[in-house]
Structures are given as structure tokens and as C-alpha cells.
Design a binder for this molecule. Structure first.
Ligand code: ACM
Length: 534
């Protein structure tokens, strides 16, 4: 059995179920969405019509199973998927697809093949409810069709949250009807740095793109059909230079700004004027119309306070409100948006820097600066989504050596991602219960194409998927299954990193990196979190 992620329990049996042109597929109406997906995903490669009817593959409701749980029973005569929800049935259907020959993952007819699956009983459910992946479409835009392809890849790995980082200094990627300049001006930059080398060199090539609101409706619906919730992120109050370039009144300076062409943390943050709060409330109104999921991320990360510390209106706000400092001003500013989301029945998500000025009530913390931040957030009574950069940031290089494309960060190997455990030591049972799950992150400063995205994402995202789905882990066994899984990825055209290292065309000798050691990364982490009280 070679499925990824590994199921909780499986009992192999004798024999195989063989599909024929007359094998029927039937589903209770409650599970119809999963049945639709199964038929649509199996038919292109296999040509199997899977006509409606009893006596072949059946999706059947079952009481007493969890919301994402399923049972898959294959005998020589039938295939039965039981679940309490369409989501559970969908994961059963995903597992069934992986039991077929990897050629089942091709998009066109594979001739001369008998399609069969081994007899087995699988009882399966995920370890965590939040199994996410962040894709940064701001630094490099991911065209809509590539994003849809990623939604399929996430679903194949039983991941269920796509965190879309839609806005940043270097680009605003979401059409907002009320403020058209956000995309007219903010969706493109003049040029980009070539790699991460110092001194910087630039490529002299404009970069841009954005999703129209019709695109977003399509993406959200496509994801929902695959049981993936999209968490949109509008990053505030830092990472906003593209918005300030479009609407200079949002900034702290008198001089106009360009959409940022440098990477790294920028000094330009939005001001704390009433008009700015109203502007981003309007933006969030449109975000809520487009994204029906419970969570909306409002950022809060990496906000230098330099401009606020020098700004007369910001200093006046601090004094008027009796705040201690600019960190507390950030919390005050962010509360407008987190309270707004709560009042609309949504759940605000924010990065762990928000703890520096006091966490706004009701905010779920996206913890990226390590286990201490995760523990602090959980102890303070907040739900937490865990995404530590040293283990789950998939823009970090996969191995030592200059052959890796644009090597940055420390080495985040396949085995390190596989070993990742979201739960820090020393938490009580109740605190552990606040950890909703985890997400991997594909930040794209140095990932400028869908091909390179494949290289950085895979196979590490498969290892991550198992880390958040499966209770038991065995890396040697994972590697055996991965050898088959790579054939599935080949069939899908995913340009993953070969275990022996990149193909020549996956290297980027034109684009220098800036690799760090793990000790340097740990040092940065210690400095960033030194002022957090534990
Ligand atoms: C982050 O990596 N700035 C969340």
C-alpha cells in the first residue's frame, strides 16, 4: 500500500477489485459531491464511464464517523466508501484513486490497461483539522490556472486550507471594486531583484497580475468542490507599500512611493488615520463577499514602527488613547479589523507579532516564529495555527550546496519537514487543544514561476501532508511510498525535486542565493522574540 498520507489503519485482504466498462458507481445524494469528483477524476485516464447504479463502487453514509473520517472496504466484488460527511467520502475517494496505477493521474486516456485496486479495509481520519498551505501570490503572481492546479494538488494530499497571501509591498493581487487603483497601480512592479545576493542586482523586467473578482469566485468554488477552504490574507499594517503606491494618502510620508522592488521587511507601513481604517474596512467588506470561509487573515507581521514613532498623528493617537508604545498602537489599529470580522461572524487570523502589543480578543494566531510563540499563544487562550519558518517554510533550500535554486534560509530537508510536530512540549491538554493544526508556506520572493514552485513544494509538501494527517510516522516507510507517489506526480506533470538534486534546468546560476546556517536562523529567531514575555 503506497498511499500518501498514510492512513490511520489498514488491513490488507486477498484479491483485487477490477474495474470494467460496466462497473457502476452509486452514491447517496448526501455524498454526491464526492461521487462527482471521483467520476470526473477517474474517467479521463481510465475511460471508465462508471455509470450510475448499484453493485460496483458505492459511497454510503455512515453514522458515528468524524467529520473528515472515512472507511474504505475493497473486496474482489465491490468498493465501499463510508463516511458521515461529503468531506469524509471525498478523502475515501482520494485514497481509492491512489490505490490505482499511478497512470490514473494522467489527464488523457491511457490505453491497454486493466484498472484494479487491492482488497483492503482502511479506516482513516486526520490528526489535525487545519492542514494548510500558504501560497504567496503577491511577491510573484501565480496565474489562475496554476492556482487551480495547486488546489488539486493540495486536495490530493488531503490538505484542506489554502491561505492566499494576496497583498504585500511588491504587489496587490485582488480586484477591489471600490478602489480600482489597488490593481491598476498596485498589481505590478517595475522590476524585481535577481535572487538574494548582495549587493542586489535587478532583472529590469516588469512583473504583475491580479485576480478579478470573477476569478476569485471561480477559485473559491473550485476549492470548495475539493473541500478546501481559502483563507484570504490582506496584510496590515506593514507589507502595504503596493497599496500606498496606489493611494498615497494611506502612507506616512509626503513623497509618493512605487510598488516595492526590493525584498525584505520594508519601513513603509500604513498610517493610523480614520480614513485608512475606513479604507481597509471597505476592502474587507469586499473580501467577505468573495470568500465565504470562516477565517480571514489580517496579517500583523513584520511591521517596523519607525514611521509611527516619527509620525505626529501616530504619536498623538498613542497619547490620546493612553497607550504604552507603537506596539500597542498596532494592536489598537488591528482591533478595528478583528472586531469588524468578529461582528460579521468571521474569525480573524493574525501573525504572532500581534502578541507584542497584546493580542486582540478572538484572534487566532498564525505562529511562524517557533515553538515559544506557539506555546505563548496557546497559553494566552488563543487558537493557534502553527507554521514555524525553520520547518515549514518551503522557500528555504532543500539541501546544502550551490546547486539548489536561489538558496536562502537554512536547510529544510524532506526528513525535517516529515518530522515536524506542531505541538510544543510542556503544554497542558487544554492548551494543546487550542492548536488547530499547521500549515506549510510557499513564500515566493525567489519562486518566480509555477515550475520552480513545483520544485520547492514537492516532495516536501507530501511529507508535510503526512505530518499533519497521520498519527504514526515512519520516514523509511514514507520514502518507499514516495517512490510510487513520485510516479503520480510525474503523471500529473509536477516538477518535483529529484532526491539526487535538481535537474540542470531546475538550477538558477543566474540568480544568486543567500544561504544561512541553522545557527544563524536560530539567532534571528531569538532576537525577534526576545521581547516577548513568557
Ligand atoms: C512571515 O513570515 N512574515 C509571516
Amino acid at each position: 500500500m503506497t498511499t500518501i498520507p498514510a492512513p490511520a489503519r489498514r488491513t490488507p485482504a486477498e484479491g483485487r477489485f477490477t474495474f470494467t466498462a460496466t462497473t457502476p458507481l452509486t452514491a447517496d445524494p448526501a455524498l454526491a459531491r464526492a461521487a462527482t469528483w471521483l467520476r470526473e477524476s477517474l474517467t479521463p485516464a481510465t475511460g471508465l464511464p462508471l455509470p450510475d447504479g448499484p453493485g460496483g463502487v458505492e459511497l454510503r453514509p455512515a453514522d458515528g464517523l468524524g467529520p473528515e473520517e472515512y472507511r474504505l472496504t475493497v473486496t474482489g466484488e465491490s468498493v465501499l466508501i463510508e463516511a458521515a460527511t461529503p468531506t469524509g467520502a471525498f478523502y475515501g475517494a482520494q485514497t481509492l484513486r491512489q490505490l490505482l496505477d499511478p497512470a490514473a493521474f494522467r489527464s488523457g486516456r491511457v490505453a491497454d490497461r486493466t484498472w484494479s485496486v487491492p482488497a483492503v479495509v482502511i479506516a482513516d481520519a486526520p490528526r489535525y483539522g487545519w492542514r494548510g498551505c500558504l501560497i504567496d501570490v503577491a511577491r510573484h503572481f501565480l496565474p489562475k490556472n496554476d492556482l487551480l492546479r495547486y488546489i488539486d494538488l493540495l486536495a490530493m494530499h488531503k490538505l484542506n486550507v489554502l491561505h492566499l497571501h494576496l497583498t504585500d509591498d511588491q504587489g496587490w493581487r485582488l480586484q477591489i471594486r471600490k478602489y480600482p487603483k489597488l490593481t491598476e497601480v498596485g498589481a505590478w512592479r517595475r522590476e524585481s531583484p535577481l535572487g538574494a545576493g548582495r549587493p542586489r542586482r535587478f532583472d529590469g523586467r516588469p512583473h504583475g497580475g491580479y485576480y478579478s473578482q470573477d476569478d476569485i469566485r471561480e477559485i473559491v468554488s473550485y476549492a470548495a468542490d475539493r473541500f478546501i477552504t481559502i483563507v484570504p490574507e490582506i496584510d496590515l499594517p506593514g507589507h502595504t507599500q503596493a497599496a500606498i503606491a496606489a493611494y498615497p494618502e494611506l502612507g506616512n510620508l509626503d513623497t509618493p512611493l512605487d510598488v516595492r522592488t526590493q525584498w525584505g521587511v520594508g519601513e513603509n507601513v500604513v498610517n493610523v488615520a480614520d480614513g485608512t481604517i475606513a479604507f481597509f474596512t471597505d476592502v474587507l467588506e469586499e473580501v467577505l463577499e468573495l470568500f465565504p470561509g470562516p477565517y480571514v487573515c489580517v496579517g500583523g507581521d513584520e511591521t517596523p514602527k519607525t514611521q509611527w514613532n516619527e509620525s505626529v498623528p501616530a504619536k498623538e493617537r498613542i497619547r490620546e488613547l493612553g497607550l504604552r508604545d507603537a506596539d500597542e498602537l498596532q494592536t489598537w489599529f488591528m482591533r478595528h479589523f478583528t472586531d469588524f470580522l468578529l461582528a460579521r461572524g468571521r474569525k480573524p487570523l493574525g501573525w504572532d507579532e500581534l502578541m507584542e502589543g497584546g493580542l486582540p480578543p478572538g484572534v487566532t494566531v498564525a505562529s511562524w516564529r517557533g515553538a515559544r510563540c506557539t506555546a505563548l499563544a496557546a497559553r494566552s487562550g488563543h487558537d493557534v495555527v502553527v507554521s514555524p519558518f525553520a520547518e515549514t517554510y518551503l522557500d528555504f533550500r532543500q539541501a546544502e550546496g550551490a546547486q539548489e535554486p536561489v538558496p536562502i534560509g537554512s536547510v529544510t530537508s524532506l526528513s525535517a519537514v516529515y518530522a515536524f510536530d506542531p505541538i510544543p512540549g510542556g503544554l497542558t491538554g487544554q492548551e494543546r487543544g487550542r492548536i488547530l493544526g499547521a500549515q506549510a508556506a510557499l513564500w515566493t520572493e525567489h519562486i518566480d514561476s509555477p515550475r520552480l514552485l513545483d520544485y520547492m513544494a514537492f516532495p516536501r509538501l507530501a511529507a508535510f501532508a503526512e505530518a499533519v494527517w497521520s498519527d504514526e510516522r515512519d520516514f523509511a516507510d514514507f520514502l518507499v511510498r514516495l517512490a510510487v507517489h513520485e510516479k503520480r506526480l510525474d503523471a500529473l506533470g509536477v516538477e518535483y525535486r529529484p532526491a539526487a538534486g535538481p535537474h540542470p534546468w531546475q538550477q538558477r546560476p543566474d540568480s544568486p542565493g543567500h544561504p544561512l546556517t541553522r545557527a544563524e536562523i536560530d539567532g534571528k529567531l531569538a532576537a525577534w522574540t526576545a521581547n516577548l514575555r513568557f
